[in-house]
Design a protein around this ligand. Structure first.
Ligand code: SAH
Length: 253
């Protein structure tokens, strides 16, 4: 059995209880060493085999999994944040299916949630934005044509941009091409939830300058949108004149 486990955004105690138990029971752990907090490995069994996938190819990861399966041992494949976001898990799953190796996924706290927590931010404010676009700037991985940042920006909703800390000039250019004004609020959150976390509120125009000044080149999320600095309508959910499944309009009057 292979368990894909979301390790959370960084802080050692932001893994799920289930994820932690899977680590404790693992015979083998293959962790994404570039971003997973190594402190999590101290919960592994003494004789647990540990590999850092930052130094491995997909083929080497599969080889290690197959060797464990052959010896009747289970593997935890530890991914940063939540495995469903830029986790490169599908390519592993396809091979595991071919090899008849069972697998499951244990979700994790994604860094975009940790970044919001760090900024005391609600991504979805009534009358401001009710949509969050999770995306990235094109790098070596090409973007599907219809997902170019300039097209996504036209929605004028909250955007969380991964994998782009070194491409902020391009990001600003594309956001503005899509119609956002240069003074739209933006934030950079570096290493959300880690002890050396840093966060900066700026504008779309100031993104590159801010990252340069703070020497931020990686492990950061860029958040764009008026939710960062907004007047908003209070929610309907807690409005006395609004009934919900749990509360009648009349109860609260
Ligand atoms: N699956 C992960 C994302 C992996 S892609 C998740 O759910 O968070 C790697 C990118 O995620 C980084 O380049 C950076 O943009 C972002 N990232 C991961 N951890 C982060 C953190 N603690 N703080 C800010 N950004 C982070």
């Amino acid at each position: 059995m292979v368990d894909f486990v979301g390790a959370g955004p960084g802080a050692e105690d932001l893994i799920t209880v289930r994820g932690m138990k899977l680590i404790e029971n693992a015979d083998q752990i293959i962790y994404a060493g570039s971003l997973v907090n190594k402190e999590l490995l101290k919960y592994a069994k003494k004789d647990c085999k540990v590999y850092n996938s930052a130094y491995m190819t997909l083929e080497e990861v599969i080889k290690a999994i197959k060797a464990a399966e052959k010896a009747n041992k289970n593997t935890v494949r530890l991914h940063t944040g939540d495995p469903s976001i830029y986790g490169a898990i599908k390519e592993q799953m396809v091979i595991l299916e071919k090899e008849n190796i069972k697998y499951r996924v244990c979700p994790g706290v994604s860094s975009f949630c940790a970044a919001a927590a760090s900024l005391n931010l609600e991504y979805t404010l009534p009358d401001v934005s009710q949509t969050v676009i999770i995306t990235r700037t094109e790098g070596r991985t090409k973007m599907p044509e219809k997902e170019d940042i300039s097209l996504l920006a036209k929605h004028n909703c909250t955007m969380v941009v991964f994998l782009s800390a070194a491409l902020l000039g391009v990001l600003t250019e594309k956001l503005k091409k899509g119609g956002l004004s240069g003074d739209t609020p933006a934030a950079i959150v570096y290493k959300a939830s880690w002890p050396d976390e840093k966060k900066f509120i700026c504008t779309v125009d100031e993104l590159e300058k801010t990252a340069e000044r703070e020497n931020i080149k990686n492990t950061a999320l860029i958040i764009i949108g008026r939710v960062l600095n907004s007047e908003f309508e209070r929610s309907k959910l807690y409005d006395p004149s609004f009934s919900t499944m749990f509360r009648n309009e009349s109860d609260s009057k």
